[in-house]
Design a protein around this ligand. Structure first.
Ligand SMILES: Nc1ncnc2c1ncn2[C@@H]1O[C@H](COP(=O)(O)OP(=O)(O)OP(=O)(O)O)[C@@H](O)[C@H]1O
Ligand SMILES: [Mg+2]
Length: 588
């Protein structure tokens, strides 16, 4: 076949494939344009998951009539005054967003330049441009995108449900709104307000937390550590959530570089490294970090959607972030493993990975299963007193003490056993949930007073869409307005505390699986969901246990398979042989 030069319309549609992946990417480009135009207030309205309509109105500088026609041309931009790509301070610079959107949808732009006597508008329909004409608009710019992807049916087929696309839009607006607390944002969907965010006064550390709270949730306001650090001309400030605010995915990890929200693997990895073992394995912190640096220290021209970037001095940035986070977290009084303790731990033999079963413990167990979720006490009356000598038949020994309300110290004939009570109990609950699910159903407990759990609208929608599957897992919920669900029954094993946290985590799990594979949902992620449930139904670190409760937990661990590690892969207990302890003290 002969080579041919592609016509401009087709070129634009191809380019659009990169820039405009889904409705949320259109929302992103239009909000970025509004921000670049100096808007103080941005209003976004959508319908049909953004596929039917996206409208973004701003009060920014607007465009002159003659510029309107240029704005929808490819590679036309007002943001590169010189040909220098190394000093970009605006969010846009490629001159591609509007022509790309116009190539695959029906685009209308009305705009009035500040101080201009008249407003103008222009339309582009699947690449066909109209002439600009006078319009009625008091100030700023209003962009409307209708029937997105109608000109590219192949792309349209890839869209998820309206609900999932709407959720992605909400997420996108939140990310941008978090990055710019001093700008007011409003989002509505199907003519209903999703949220309104008032502008915060300038000064991130002094006034920005209100915005963070609206986006990351009220818990964040309580548990956020403000931080500020600088290294040369790189300045970092923001708020780091306490490690306890960990989430199952990185959606609450907000990184803003020179006002641009980015998804950067280096930064995300750096942040997780800074939290280190303060976070359970596989979990992500909640935080909002803002990095400011001279524009030539960072290359934003790496990715068509500009969500990735490259630093000239990645190691410097990395150590600035790690240092600041470590300091903030350390000052918050959280445990940092001292090197001496680490050396001692290194000598301790971790249990074999298959846990108790591999030791043949299950066969040796004698005590009845006892649930710690609802301690009644009665079933434990027969269990040995904590002061009794360790019975040889109990491989995990007899409980001697509880340390920090977190660890149980038990003694066997020839070893010291340290148990992480939360990790251990979590595994027990998880194994029981799995077993009872396999045996035909998870026992449910009716709440005498149904609990109203308030969540954001997307979380509510995700939970509602999965409600029949959740019911099979023992969780019975009902709709309760757009921003809450009513919890009627919970799995009996879990107990009733922490229902809110459980639902928030489940919603995050569900949203993620929806985004990955449509409505496939729970079936393939059953273990995940059960594990999330177990995490919430377990004895928290920080609860004081009576001696008989500790011993009951040890006996349960012996009787249940796979209890050597928790659902996050951390060990549930460590056994330190007396012989090794003697070595630590140089007695051998
Ligand atoms: N809301 C707006 N207010 C004022 N001017 C705007 C607005 N939206 C777009 N423009 C003008 O239209 C031009 C083209 O916008 P477009 O988004 O296509 O490109 P860009 O923002 O320059 O670069 P990029 O493709 O990287 O977003 C902009 O450079 C700007 O001058
Ligand atoms: Mg732009």
């Amino acid at each position: 076949m002969a080579i041919r030069q592609l016509p401009p319309d087709l070129v634009n549609r191809i380019a659009a494939g990169e820039v405009v992946e889904r409705p949320a990417s259109v929302v992103k480009e239009l909000i970025e344009n509004a921000l670049d135009a100096g808007a103080r207030r941005i209003e976004v309205a959508t319908a049909g998951g953004g596929l039917r309509l996206i409208r973004v109105a701003d009060d920014g500088a607007g465009m002159e009539g003659r510029d309107l026609a240029l704005a929808v041309e490819r590679h036309a931009t007002s943001k590169l005054a010189s040909d220098d790509l190394s000093a970009i301070m605006t969010l846009g610079f490629r001159g591609e967003a509007l022509p790309s959107i116009g190539a695959v949808a029906r685009l209308t732009i009305a705009s009035r330049a500040s101080g201009a006597a008249e407003a103008y508008e222009i339309a582009v329909d699947a690449g066909a441009k109209s002439k600009s004409k006078p319009s009625a608009l008091p100030a700023g710019t209003r962009v409307e995108v209708r029937d997105l992807f109608y000109a590219t049916p192949a792309r349209l087929k890839f869209m998820k449900s309206e609900r999932v696309e709407s959720a992605a839009i909400v997420e996108m607006v939140k990310r941008l709104a978090l990055a710019r607390p001093e700008i007011a944002f409003a989002l509505s969907s199907e003519e209903r307000t999703v949220f309104r965010l008032e502008a915060c006064p300038p000064g991130l550390l002094d006034h920005g937390l209100a915005r963070m709270g609206r986006i990351l949730g009220p818990d964040f306001v309580k548990d956020a550590l403000p931080l500020r650090a600088a290294r040369g001309n790189v300045v970092l400030e923001g708020f780091a959530g306490l490690p306890t605010l960990h989430r199952p995915n990185g959606l609450q990890l907000h990184l803003v570089v020179n006002g641009r929200p980015v998804r950067d693997k280096l930064l995300a990895g750096t942040v997780r490294a800074a939290y280190g073992d303060l976070l359970p394995q596989g979990r992500y912190p909640t935080l909002a970090l803002f990095l400011s640096l001279p524009p030539d220290e960072v290359d934003v021209n790496v990715h068509p959607a500009k969500t990735e970037l490259r630093f000239r001095d990645p190691n410097g940035v990395r150590s600035l972030i790690i240092g600041a986070l470590r300091e903030a977290l350390g000052a918050a009084g959280h445990r940092a493993t001292a090197s001496l303790a680490q050396a001692a731990l290194d000598r301790m033999a971790p249990p074999q990975s298959q846990g108790a079963r591999s030791l043949g413990l299950a066969e040796q167990a004698q005590a009845p299963l006892a649930s710690l979720a609802q301690p009644s006490g009665d079933t434990r009356a027969s269990i040995a007193d904590a002061d009794a000598p360790p019975p040889a038949s109990y491989p995990l020994g007899a409980a001697r003490a509880q340390i920090n309300d977190t660890f149980i110290i038990a003694a066997t004939g020839d070893a010291l056993v340290i148990v992480d009570q939360h990790a251990a109990h979590e595994r027990l609950v998880y194994e029981r949930l799995k077993r009872s699910f396999a045996n035909g159903g998870i026992a449910r407990q009716l709440l005498l007073i149904p609990e109203v759990v308030e969540l954001d609208a997307e979380a509510v929608a995700s939970l509602r869409a999965a409600s029949s599957e959740l019911e099979r897992l023992g969780l019975v919920i009902e709709p309760f307005g757009a921003n809450a669900v009513l919890v009627r029954e919970v799995p009996s094993l879990l107990g009733t505390s922490g229902v809110r946290g459980l639902l928030a985590d489940l919603a995050a799990e569900l949203a993620e699986s929806e985004d990955e594979g449509g409505a496939r949902l729970l079936a393939g992620r059953l273990d995940h969901v059960l594990s999330t449930m177990a995490c919430h139904g377990s004895v928290r670190a920080g609860r004081r246990l009576a001696p008989e409760e500790m011993n009951a937990l040890l006996r349960d661990m012996e009787a249940t398979p796979f209890t050597g590690q928790c659902n996050h892969g951390r060990p549930t207990y460590i056994e330190l042989k007396l012989a090794d302890i003697e070595k630590l003290f140089s007695r051998r």
